[in-house]
Ligand binder design. Structure first.
Ligand code: AHM
Ligand code: MG
Length: 337
């Protein structure tokens, strides 16, 4: 049997993004490339800490409560600090919004750049102690006009983001990103310390066979969601029921949805009037990626990327995934209107 020859022409994330920028010619200053480089370094750093968390006592509470009144884990705090420090030092940012910080950070003039980064440094925190997949989510806006950076620069629809992505910390670290022309996935080669392009041009299947909801909240769900879920669990023959998969880490649930198709949902319900997920740094980036991959992302009544945020930590209902699956759900919403 012939021995497999290792590739000598690997495509790293930096090379890939640089190529993208070169295609834009003189319109691109290279600033976005440098910012994305800073973000990938934070992902490597966080990935390293996630891996050794159990061994160096990073698991457990940090003894603080974040703006949503939730307990912060040590890894959340650490990941937030890693991102704030690196993004500030990149010299490419003007405004930073983190799930872990009550107020936006406006970068001082000396280190100020043209981009605003909204992020959840470590999403899926309920999964940390069990070693289940968690992730970082980010979205990037360019400041408006010649703004020197203010909260108004991020209180804009998700459709105005110039890039968005996430890194999933699982059996490997996977960074999935879009700069507005498709979605690409990169896997961290720990020995090289580089993210390598492993999933070029991710496209969501038009229809999937998986639904991903926290059905423990079913008694609070509104009729369109209840009836939709019933339709995929008790379909009329010859259709067969969908499979349920719910990790409880948005990054992992969305990652699987992008690759396998189906539908992920975190609805608003009788208990949570706006759902649970945060618009700016959870819903927008994931909606951006979903649409770039050919899927649909909606609140049930409107396109997520069209929402105009009024507060940096506001929440919104989220349904995203395969076009046919999300459109099936939307029919239940329009029929109930
Ligand atoms: P977090 O930001 O506190 O980690 O919460 C966000 C997470 C998402 O990753 C996930 O989709 C959702 O919360 C799960 O919520 P639940 O445990 O209510 O199903
Ligand atoms: Mg979080």
């Amino acid at each position: 049997m012939a021995e497999e020859v290792p590739s000598t022409d690997i495509i790293t994330l930096t090379r890939h993004v640089l190529n993208d920028q070169l295609r834009l010619g003189s319109a691109a200053t290279g600033d976005l490339t440098l910012l994305l480089t800073a973000i990938q370094v934070t992902s490597k750093f966080i990935a390293t800490n996630v891996r050794k968390a159990r061994l160096i006592n990073l698991i457990g509470m940090a003894g603080e409560t974040n703006v949503q009144g939730e307990d912060q884990k040590k890894l959340d705090v650490l990941s937030n600090d890693i991102m704030v420090n690196a993004l500030r030092a990149s010299g490419k940012t003007a405004v930073l919004v983190s799930e872990e910080l009550e107020d936006a950070i406006i970068i001082e003039e000396k280190q100020r750049g043209k981009y605003c980064v909204v992020f959840d440094p470590l999403d899926g925190s309920s999964n940390i102690d069990a070693g289940v997949n968690i992730g970082t989510i980010f979205g990037i806006y360019r400041v408006q006009g010649d703004s020197t950076g203010s909260v108004e620069d991020v209180l804009r629809p998700g459709s105005e983001m110039v890039a968005a992505g996430y890194t999933m910390y699982g059996s490997s670290a996977n960074l999935v990103m879009s700069t507005g022309s498709g979605v690409n996935g990169y896997t961290l080669d720990a020995s090289l310390g580089e993210f390598i392009l492993t999933h070029p041009n991710i496209t969501i299947p038009k229809r999937g066979k998986i639904y991903s909801f926290n059905e423990g909240n079913s008694m609070y769900f509104h009729p369109p969601v209840v009836n939709y879920l019933k339709s995929i669990k008790y379909p009329s023959p010859p259709k067969t029921p969908y499979s349920a998969r719910y990790i409880g880490s948005m990054v992992a649930d969305v990652h699987r949805t992008l690759l396998y198709g189906g539908i992920f949902g975190y609805p608003d319900d009788k208990k949570s009037k706006s759902g649970k997920l945060r618009l700016l740094y959870e819903a927008f980036p994931m909606a951006f990626l979903t649409e770039q991959a050919g899927g649909v992302a909606t609140t049930g009544t409107k396109r997520i990327l069209d929402i105009l945020p009024t507060q940096i930590h506001e929440r919104c209902p989220v349904f995203l995934g395969s076009k046919d699956d999300v459109n099936d759900l939307l029919k239940f919403y329009s029929d109930s209107a």
